[in-house]
Write a protein that binds this ligand. Structure first.
Ligand code: XMP
Length: 320
């Protein structure tokens, strides 16, 4: 049972010093590695690890081919500006092969987890001699995995996975007592820029979680283009999170006077405090029309756009 530290009771500076000491004493003079995605959780882990271990923390950005437009290089450059070296690892082929033919949501998550922690990280750990993997699991990830709602891709021990035995490394989870609001407070105090500490949540399985059914490079390209438009037009909404989802079913549309049996994008935009419950944002109709207009005109193959008006629960925020 993990004891929660509520954002209101949190002293960020004290938390940072305590975690730095804990990381130092656990890793000793060994090497730790971690994966940075640019999300607030993995960014904070990177900063804490960097402060504690300096160059004995090896940070990788795993490019699984599922990130948003321009994201891998942007994050690597942003951390370079903070004095943190991040190595970009191209693992696109490995992830797409693992996802080939997989339709079921949990099987997709499982394929990503395995490829990430066993194949890619297993290799990096062997090559680097690291004994520790640091990761940004937070309390909500643990709760929802234990409750069987969704397997969060970074929750391992709670699923009975002994990483030391199975993958050859021990995991350190310095943020496990926090929820998102607490992580943001600590991230600001740790010197991360606002773009990071206020960053909209983005799921570990990345755009694979925004494609219903089988994930292919072509479908990822479609949802990636749609994501650029949705994120641009909802940037001023003040919402907790917004997203584009590519559906599997096709519908009849028409373009240039001809029938087009095309694809559908579902737009979701959420009001939430901690992602445990959420309600759809009342986005003005004109904004929704603008989104739809741009999606059908700028994303090849898309003929239909819908907006979700169901709360979580019973919906979940992501569709997969
Ligand atoms: P759901 O869809 O479970 O999402 O209502 C709640 C919040 O968690 C994010 N999410 C994930 N984050 N790995 C993550 O790191 C995952 O597998 C994952 N699935 C969902 C989602 O974006 C939302 O903020």
């Amino acid at each position: 049972m993990v004891e929660e530290i509520k954002a209101s009771e949190l002293n960020p500076e004290e938390f940072i010093s305590r975690k730095i000491e804990e990381i130092k004493s656990t890793v000793g003079d060994g090497i730790a590695i971690n994966a940075l995605s640019g999300g607030v959780d993995s960014s904070l882990v990177t900063m804490l690890g960097h402060k504690a271990l300096n160059e004995r923390l090896l940070t990788y950005f795993i490019d699984h081919g599922l990130m948003r437009e321009g994201e891998p290089q942007h994050i690597v450059d942003l951390f370079a500006n903070l004095g943190v070296k991040v190595e970009l690892v191209d693992a696109r082929d490995e992830f797409f092969s693992a996802l080939d033919g997989v339709e079921d949501p949990e099987e997709k998550r499982e394929a990503i987890t395995r490829t990430f922690y066993k194949d890619v990280f297993g290799r990096l750990v062997r090559e680097s001699g690291a004994k520790y993997l640091m990761q940004g699991t937070i309390l909500t990830d643990v709760d929802e995995t234990i409750a069987g709602i969704k397997r969060q891709h970074n929750v391992l021990s709670q699923l009975g996975i002994d990483t030391e035995e199975e993958y050859g490394y021990e995991t350190l989870e310095p943020l496990i007592q926090l929820r998102k609001d607490g992580v943001r407070k600590v991230a600001e105090a740790a010197g991360l820029p606002e773009e990071i500490y206020n960053r909209m949540p983005f799921l570990g399985p990345a755009l694979a979680g925004r494609v219903i059914g089988e994930v292919t490079p072509k479908k990822i390209e479609t949802v990636r283009k749609a994501t650029v438009i949705v994120e641009e037009l909802l940037a001023d909404s003040g919402a907790f999170q917004y997203m584009a989802i590519l559906h599997k079913d096709r519908v009849t549309g028409m373009r240039d006077g001809a029938r087009e049996f095309g694809q559908q994008i579902e737009v979701r935009c959420w009001e939430s405090i901690d992602a445990r419950t959420a309600t759809p944002t009342r986005v003005p109709h004109e904004v929704l029309e603008k989104i739809a207009d741009r999606l059908v005109n700028e994303v090849p193959g898309v003929v239909s756009v819908t907006y979700n008006v169901t709360a979580k629960p019973p919906s979940t925020m992501e569709a997969v």
